[in-house]
Design a protein around this ligand. Structure first.
Ligand code: MN
Length: 252
């Protein structure tokens, strides 16, 4: 087995080193790291088509070998699967992201979209996030990620399906278990912060409080709120299937 590890926080992020180490120690197979050379958090699903991409040797936070690209997380996965990494890749694991990726976060998340790119390349993908800063030790989440990877390797995933794993911000012995969940509803608290530059021209920040979510039963939000690891199967088909029938009755 050959596992590609990437993230959206950049090649020096501590969560990436913890994830790569846990997967190496799991004995599941060879681990190759190809990650962005800077932070791409909340960059969404990117395909860089209008500029060249470079790949250079790099070091993880613990000094171990990696590759780094100036592309987005999804570019890193595409580059690796298309042949920058010579050896065939059997699984892509992305993370470990600081802050969870729940509900509607998944379309913003570089962590999750890297795993989406894996399934586009016909390789199973897993995204892993930890509810920091409530708990900042990535090692328990990395061991959980390795267990999920082991099951994905043993059982496989259907085509076009990825797993979005979120770990609660708790010490390992306080995590209550694992729940299989659905995406919940995010509540964004964004506010426009308008300022004026030295030349009198306005500029903007998207500010406001951190997003929250509806902790409805069965959702990713509820699992984390209750102290459980959330594992959500995601698919790339975003069709609102329940609306197909009623739309057919529109006078279009
Ligand atoms: Mn991130």
């Amino acid at each position: 087995m050959h596992i590609l590890v990437t993230n959206d926080d950049g090649v020096t992020a501590p969560g990436l080193a913890a994830l790569a180490n846990a997967l190496r120690e799991s004995g599941l197979g060879k681990v190759t790291v190809l990650a962005p050379n800077r932070n791409w958090s909340a960059s969404g699903h990117v395909k860089t088509l209008h500029s060249p991409l470079r790949v250079r040797p790099a070091e993880l936070a613990d000094g171990s070998d990696a590759l780094a690209s100036d592309g987005a997380p999804s570019d890193c996965v595409a580059l690796a699967l298309l042949g920058v990494v010579k050896e065939k890749i059997d699984l892509v694991v992305s993370g470990i992201n600081p802050f969870p990726n729940l509900g509607h976060d998944v379309t913003y998340s570089g962590t999750v979209t890297a795993a989406m790119e894996a399934v586009i390349g016909h390789v199973p993908g897993i995204a892993v996030s930890l509810d920091t800063p409530r708990y900042a030790d990535y090692n328990p989440a990395a061991r959980i990620a390795a267990r999920v990877a082991r099951e994905v390797i043993a059982r496989g995933l259907p085509p076009h399906t990825l797993l979005n794993v979120n770990v609660p911000g708790l010490p390992e012995n306080e995590i209550r278990g694992v729940r299989i969940t659905r995406q919940g509803l995010s509540v964004y608290l964004d506010e426009l912060d308008e300022r004026v530059d030295p030349r009198g021209v306005p500029y903007y920040w998207i500010g406001g409080e951190a997003p929250t979510g509806e902790p409805e039963e069965g959702t990713d939000f509820a699992a984390l709120a209750d102290g459980y690891v959330s594992v959500t199967p995601l698919q790339l088909d975003l069709t609102a299937h329940t609306q197909i029938g009623s739309l057919r009755n529109w006078n279009l």
